[in-house]
Design a protein around this ligand. Sequence first.
Ligand SMILES: C[S@@+](CC[C@H](N)C(=O)[O-])C[C@H]1O[C@@H](n2cnc3c(N)ncnc32)[C@H](O)[C@@H]1O
Length: 250
Amino acid sequence: MNDESVTALGVDPCEGLGLVDTGTGWIPPSIPAYCEETYWWAYLHPRSVWLFEREWVVNLILWGNMHRLTDAVLDELAEPLSAPVLQVACVYGDFSRRLAQHTRQLGRRLHLVDVAPIQLENARRKLAGQEVIFHHQDSTCLQFAAGTFERTVVFFLLHEQPAEARRESIAEALRVTRRGGKAVFVDYHQPHRANPLRYFMHPVLKTLEPFAHDLWQRDLVQWLPPGIAPERVHSQLYAGGLYQKVVVDC
Ligand SMILES: C[S@@+](CC[C@H](N)C(=O)[O-])C[C@H]1O[C@@H](n2cnc3c(N)ncnc32)[C@H](O)[C@@H]1O
């Protein structure tokens, strides 16, 4: 499979931004209610991009772990790739640039999906020259054929979604990843009792990110669809348990 076969699916005619209906019947996704109501200040307001689109800000929000968590994702892309990589949802800072460069070094291109046009515009600006392919889609109903990607990466999206959307996003990430490939999820996790951040982050997340609590109550592994053999799932904790990486062999 080459990267062209992804865009040849024809469901996302704007391929770049998906902002224009070209008459193919493709309907751009609308912004989900949780995004509008809970996260407008972080992703939808024009000043949010101005404020957050800095590596040091994201690194501060992640308590200095941005580089480490990005490396944890790149560790899952070690051999030459025979299909492209998908990043589900934009991330502020350097994450996508590093992922795109790494993917290119392994012989493929990065595809990036987001539901918010303002985020796709911003990503297109900051990733100019990186040969990334942008798609205006919703993570809960991706418009790619099953098995399109060799790696599918979901970085800090799931804690922002209500349970139903989270389950659908996970299922979709697994569906579009080819057999022999991997789906890589990185997100919050309930820290160990001895980690002081446990007591600080709990009220912070509860106030600002109401759905994040779910991932404290139940590990990300418990949100995977039933029937995935345990030996296909690999989890690792970071920063005293505040973050988790879950990799599913597809
Ligand atoms: C990946 S998450 C959080 C990333 C991280 N906190 C950061 O530093 O940017 C944020 C992105 O998810 C996108 N998003 C939220 N719900 C989505 C959905 N259902 N489908 C696709 N993108 C979605 C938002 O538009 C936003 O660009």
